[in-house]
Design a binder for this molecule. Sequence first.
Ligand code: GTP
Ligand code: MG
Length: 340
Amino acid sequence: MAKVESKEKGIPPKAISETEKPKKSQKKTTDSEKPFLKTISGIGPTTRQRLEEAGYGSKESIALATKAQLTEISGIAEKTAALLIREARARFDLGLKKGSEYEASAKTRVKLTTGSQAFDSLLGGGFETGSITELAGENGCGKTQIAHQLAINCVKFLDQDVVWIDTEGTFRFNRIVQIAEAAGMDPDTVLSRITVGRAYNSEHQMALTEEALTMVPNVGLIIVDSLMAHFRSEFAGRGTLAERQQLIGKHLSFISKQAEILNCVGIVTNQVSAKPDAMFFGDPNKPVGGNVVGHTVTSRLMIRKGKAIKRTATLTKSPELPDGKIEFAITGEGVQDYSK
Ligand code: GTP
Ligand code: MG
């Protein structure tokens, strides 16, 4: 498997544990200085390597894993998995909180601007860190264009790096240059802070995502463009639907968990399928991926193409914002407000 490495030179690679929010209970200070797996007696170098390669190198990832997930890794016995999870949970604040403490965690959430005031206002200021937002819409509506704009805005406004999992080969160097220049950014600086993983199948997509979100330091934005393309083509028959949905659920849960731990913006793009019988009764387009996707993403935005540069964005799911619809534009310079 190809190693995904940050191209950012100035920042030393960090484990996720170093990017976490300040903890109330860092009980064992000496242990916290060492990589978690090295502090567990009975875990040899081979097991450690296997765990790290599967994305379970940190105490956070192990604390939030299930025994079944760890035992799937060859050579990990159930007893070892149980021990690891127990130890990781003892050293990681799993997150029992009073309602009042949520105010503090809400304050750590940051909004990533879209570049359009109307679009930002629909989202209460922009795309929020700590959760996944789905961008759904038909071909050419602008999902990948929005992703390019967000990548530049992440570097510009959050001063953080971007992980881009490209499943369709649509990440465009030229578009980054064009939009970055329009935003007054040095394109080379922006490009050096985007780590792109070109995924050739669904398994590769999941592995790249896990590796990138574990290895790349200082991630402010993770984009998976598109979430479903490989899964749809590889699991075509009805008989494979259950397996497909299970894998998508696993993939999305991982992204969601990491978006929360790293406090970064999660963006997945999704296609829509026409529902002929709904043509006369409401929305004819429905994001693919069924309930697993619908339930796992925190917010859902439907993007529609209008005439020329005009687009609309409709917020159809959000844990705290009302549904709504706005107009915006996609131009050579990226996402902008639409004016007639
Ligand atoms: P799929 O990936 O096929 O589902 O589509 P998508 O939603 O990702 O569409 P994408 O973001 O690739 O949008 C492509 C559209 O963006 C084009 O058809 C153009 O309308 C618009 N677009 C792309 N580049 C430019 C540009 O430089 N200038 C302008 N004005 N529009 C552009
Ligand atoms: Mg696209």
